[in-house]
Design a protein around this ligand. Structure first.
Ligand code: AMP
Length: 502
């Protein structure tokens, strides 16, 4: 059995319905159980008369029921907003408010959405409070319905909701069928939380192909002595993660092809795959394929793909990020026609219709190119023999351990802290990779902070930012240096920090 994303329904295949569909953190479901659970959920949602196109929040962490909720929403044309439990309460509530969602699906007893009027738990009675006002948020687009809205870090401190439609999902799955060379049944290892679009790799492909999906909690992932046996027992065959997540496991001597004979493919996206990581993986897993892909959430998971063979590793450092998918086009917008590098513009059906209710930002980032949707990525790229190479960002977005972060999002939150007059966030890099971020503050007059004062300020940030966005250290200065074009001179501040002269 498989899930047909175009028909929005389960479809029979040659494989039995008793095959594992999802191994979740709560329990596992075979395909038959998954189909029944989705049908049950759909009936509940239909009975509540939630209008087509109303965005629905799904909250949780790696439960099989999260998948049930996703499929029920897709089946009923309800755009869903996946939110992981690592998102702090205040941010969850902002997302709920902005989306106007009146409905929450969750298997969590505790959640931050007290204001949402209709709550569907995974078991037990539906909770209804007050009046559900659906009319304030209906986004039905019959010609190309929104499938999901993923909220990512926004430079103004307000998360941006990337809207991905049915046509983008179809274009993405068509590419997977055509170019990923997947043969036979696979068991997919999910690692990214569902609130990141990297998870759309394992989640959507496994459902689309009728494969099996193994979900693991952050706690399980952080402990190889739990995680490794879990994926060994499941005969997991396709690994999906950011390169940095895989690199972490390379520290374990038993992370080898001999210990994981079923593991035949590593699929990466989200940040630079260092040559060294690819080489080590090919040495440890000589029979496995290493696939590298590139693309922002705004273009549905990925847009380019390359098979990183031993030959590619031997000839390229940095590695290419691949050739564009057959139905997308890459344009390079150069400052000067003779420049080697230009801003990568992605054109094609896989591009989002825009951020949720953000007309000004959409006008800056999205446009039509020859009647096709196009997105300015902010990434710098160059093309060589049809292969794209990634050359960093042209703005303040960074990747830290694979997480996408707008530095402005963090400095905005730091600026809201009591006693803070101004704030800047600095990414500290080692060989072009951001290793950690630190926050530099200017405090109001009269405050003379000691370390415990700064620790308390830092602690407050956890209420507003996911843990991976909280600077590892806060420092204080009396003034910021400025560049000639009146921007805070981050480089000079980093030099001061490294010299210990802040
Ligand atoms: P996200 O929306 O979280 O997938 O992040 C998208 C951004 O991650 C892109 O715009 C790039 O800056 C970066 N990125 C994605 N894939 C790669 C890759 N293969 N190599 C380098 N950077 C990447």
């Amino acid at each position: 059995m498989r899930f047909d994303f175009q028909l929005r329904a389960f479809a029979q295949t040659d494989s039995g319905t008793d095959q594992l569909a999802v191994l979740g953190s709560d329990h596992s479901m075979n395909w038959e159980a998954l189909q029944l659970a989705v049908q049950e959920r759909m009936l509940q949602l239909q009975a509540s008369e939630i209008p087509t196109g109303h965005p629905v929040l799904i909250y949780g962490h790696k439960e099989a029921h999260f998948v049930v909720n996703v499929l029920a929403c897709i089946s009923l044309q309800l755009p869903y907003i996946p939110i992981d439990i690592n998102v702090p309460k205040a941010r969850c509530q902002r997302i709920a408010k902005r989306s106007g969602s009146q409905v929450l699906l969750t298997s969590r007893v505790e959640h931050p959405f007290e204001e949402v009027p209709i709550i569907f738990p995974s078991s037990g009675p539906i909770s209804r409070k007050g009046h559900a006002n659906f009319s304030q948020s209906i986004h039905h687009r019959p010609e190309d319905p929104i499938r999901y809205i993923i909220f990512t870090s926004g430079s103004t401190g307000e998360p941006k909701g990337v809207q991905i439609t049915a046509s983008a999902v179809s274009s993405y799955l068509e590419w997977v069928d055509r170019d990923f060379g997947l043969v036979g049944h696979a068991t997919w290892i999910n690692q990214a939380p569902f609130s990141f679009d990297l998870s759309v790799y394992d989640l959507y492909i496994s459902l689309h192909r009728g494969d099996s999906l193994v979900l693991s909690t952050a706690k399980q992932l952080n402990d190889p002595s739990t995680f490794f046996p879990r994926i060994q027992r499941a005969n997991a065959s396709v690994w999906v993660s950011t390169p940095s997540a895989a690199y972490r496991y390379l520290a374990a001597p038993d992370f080898t092809g001999a210990h994981f004979p079923q593991l035949h493919t590593f699929l990466f996206c989200g940040e630079t795959l260092p040559n060294r990581t690819a080489r080590l993986l090919l040495e440890r897993f000589p029979k496995a394929r290493v696939l590298n892909s590139y693309g922002p959430t705004e273009a549905t998971v990925a847009t380019t793909l390359v098979d990183v063979t031993a030959e590619v590793v031997a000839h390229h450092d940095p590695l290419p990020v691949g050739a564009p998918k057959f139905s997308s086009e890459l344009l390079l917008e150069k400052q000067d026609p003779n420049d080697e590098w230009g801003e990568i513009i992605i054109v094609g059906n896989n591009v989002s219709i825009g951020y949720f209710e953000a007309p000004e930002l959409n006008a800056q980032k999205f446009f039509l190119h020859q009647q096709k949707r196009a997105f300015r990525t902010g990434d710098l790229g160059k093309l060589e023999n049809g292969q794209l190479f990634f050359g960093g960002r042209n703005d303040d977005q960074i990747k830290l351990n694979g997480f996408r972060i707008e530095l402005g999002d963090i400095s905005h939150q730091m600026g809201q802290l009591p006693g803070v007059k101004d704030a800047v966030v600095l990414p500290l890099k080692q060989r072009e990779t951001v290793k950690r971020i630190i926050g530099i503050l200017i405090l109001e007059e009269g405050i003379s902070p000691d370390q415990s004062y700064l620790d308390r300020l830092r602690q407050r940030l956890f209420d507003h930012l996911p843990a991976y966005m909280v600077p590892s250290e806060l420092c204080v200065t009396s003034e910021f240096p400025y560049t000639t074009n009146h921007k805070v001179d981050r480089k000079a501040l980093i030099d001061r920090y490294r010299k210990g002269s802040l």
